[in-house]
Design a protein around this ligand. Structure first.
Ligand SMILES: [Zn+2]
Length: 76
């Protein structure tokens, strides 16, 4: 019973992650707004997601996809 419950929770989490990634991809692939040129893509130092430099969060010389990753990345 516990195994089934864990499996269901894992599937739900996986689906949520997929939804969030799909949502981010839609934002990234949406037509650029007026006046925007092609932006430099930077890689999140925590999860590896590529985000436009102007939308990335910066900590020192590292870039992150979101504030949470910028705050929780503890690697040197
Ligand atoms: Zn990230």
């Amino acid at each position: 019973m516990n195994l089934i419950r864990i499996a269901i929770i894992a599937i739900v989490i996986w689906l949520l992650i997929r939804m969030v990634r799909g949502y981010r991809n839609r934002i990234r692939n949406s037509p650029s707004r007026k006046g925007d040129s092609i932006d430099t893509m930077v890689r999140c130092a925590r999860c590896g997601l590529h985000v436009p430099k102007r939308e990335a969060f910066r900590r020192g010389d590292r870039f992150y996809c979101c504030r949470r990753h910028a705050d929780t990345d503890r690697s040197p």
